[in-house]
Write a protein that binds this ligand. Structure first.
Ligand SMILES: Cc1ncc(COP(=O)(O)O)c(C=O)c1O
Length: 446
């Protein structure tokens, strides 16, 4: 007797023989057949040949509606004409220069105009570098070393922050004062010692931990919408509380808006009305090109200013602010007018509401989390508000849904998180909800 997951995998393998062959070849040259663990899945990922609007085509010619948008990046969908034409004209002018270009000035201006707390900004090439630099700034500015982050939050792939991302529950300690657990071997012990962990969305617990370590703390870093646990929005009082406490104690508050910038015209801080001292960006702000950015208060950002005798903090990067990424970023931000955010929020609300109706009708122990254009399926009857509640998900059911949706012609992230772009429509939402229903029915979960 095969399980629903095994049956979905068998159909998937039959429909994707060229991807399977590519995966075998890829695995000879790259561990796991690719260079990003976050987009690996068993038994093998599909290999994508093109994307257009909402549709991805794979090496076998299968077409799927994409609800991943390169991990929330492609807010205008694949190959939006305003971005591809900006890139095409930049190709005619040059790919990267050893001095700034006018496009980076416009890009910085757009960021500072729309994000409430941004006096100044710097560009890098990944969200990882954005959090690395923001943390370094907080340490240089305060002269202190220690950090606080939330359990179950991902802030990029560097030692300081690869702690307690998906900690095994038997190592994670008490829910209200979790242990710092290295995400994997190879993380320095100092990094583990330099960080304290708070539960997400529990301001009373967070306040205790922050006050306990206040004398040593450089920064508190928080993701206003926790992507790793399924696009779980912060409760307003959590962010407001972190702002009040860090203000009180002179600790730098960093928002990681690498994903959450997507939820409103001025990012998550605009949505929540809470101004951090520093903010990290990535994904959307580069219009589909490699990107990161960090910025905030003038007095902190001036650490990097090399004029008048040199910067306190060094910051180089061969491709920082390169003109290809800059023009894609400018084209994307200029295209993202307030009405687009209203549309994204309406479509996201509709999708969440239709899924909730479906789960109630089918009486399945599932729910949907998310805010604005972000959403995730949760395979648990527990309300998901943080890492410990997220950990109650039925992993086999999640995996069955993920592969089942691939078989139905939809791509979500392998943890069943998704997001809508400005080119998704109500028809896409309806088709997706039907596909979720089909998978639940044929797998016997409903
Ligand atoms: C919240 C958050 N911060 C930081 C990062 C790291 O960004 P990048 O993958 O561009 O290094 C990510 C990536 O998914 C993220 O979701």
């Amino acid at each position: 007797m095969t399980s629903p997951l095994e049956r979905e995998i068998a159909s998937y393998s039959t429909a994707n023989p060229i991807s399977e062959d590519l995966h075998k070849k890829a695995s000879k040259f790259m561990p796991g057949g690719d260079t990003r663990n976050s987009i690996y899945w068993d038994p093998f990922p599909v290999y994508i040949t093109s994307g257009e609007g909402t549709t991805l085509t794979d090496a076998d010619g299968n077409k799927r509606t994409d609800f991943v948008n390169n991990m929330t990046t492609l807010i205008l969908g694949h190959r939006p004409p305003e971005v591809t034409s900006a890139l095409a004209s930049q190709i005619d002018k040059g790919l990267s220069f050893p001095a700034p270009s006018p496009s980076v000035v416009r890009w910085a201006e757009l960021m500072c105009e729309r994000v409430p707390s941004l006096d100044k900004v710097r560009f890098v090439n990944t969200g990882t570098e954005a959090t690395l630099n923001a943390i370094r700034a907080a340490r240089a500015f305060t002269g202190k070393q220690k950090l606080i982050k939330c359990e179950g939050a991902y802030h990029g792939n560097h030692d300081a922050i690869q702690i307690s991302v998906v900690p095994p529950l038997d190592e994670a300690g008490d829910a209200e004062s979790p242990e710092s657990v290295a995400a994997f071997p190879g993380i320095s012990d100092t990094a583990v010692d330099d960080i304290f962990i708070t539960p997400f969305n529990d301001i009373a617990a967070a306040e205790k931990i922050i006050r306990k370590h206040a004398d040593d703390l450089a920064a508190v870093i928080v993701e206003p919408v926790n992507g790793q646990c399924g696009m779980v929005p912060a409760k307003p009082e959590f962010l407001e509380g972190l702002r009040r406490i860090t203000d009180d104690l002179g600790i730098v508050l960093i928002f990681d808006e690498v994903i959450a910038f997507r939820i409103a015209y001025g990012g998550a801080q605009d949505y929540y009305g809470v101004k951090p001292d520093l903010t990290c960006f990535g994904k959307v702000v580069g219009g589909g090109m490699p990107v990161g950015a960090f910025g905030g208060r003038d007095d902190i950002m001036s650490l990097w200013d090399p004029s008048d005798g040199g910067s306190v903090v060094q910051h180089a990067g061969t491709f920082n602010g390169n003109p290809m990424t800059a023009v894609a970023g400018v084209a994307t931000l200029e295209s993202l007018t307030p009405d687009k955010y209203e549309y994204l929020e309406r479509l996201g609300d509709m999708l969440r509401s239709k899924l909730r109706t479906l789960f109630a009708e089918l009486e399945v122990p599932m729910s949907v989390t998310g805010v604005a254009s972000l959403f995730a399926l949760q395979f648990t009857s527990t309300e998901v508000t943080d890492y410990r509640t997220y950990a109650t998900n039925n992993k086999e059911m999640m995996q069955t849904m993920f592969i089942g949706l691939l078989n139905e012609g939809f791509l979500m992230s392998n943890r069943c998180a998704g997001n809508v772009s400005t080119v998704h429509t109500e028809d896409d939402v309806d088709a997706f909800v039907s596909a979720v229903k089909n998978v639940l029915r044929r797998s016997g979960y409903a």
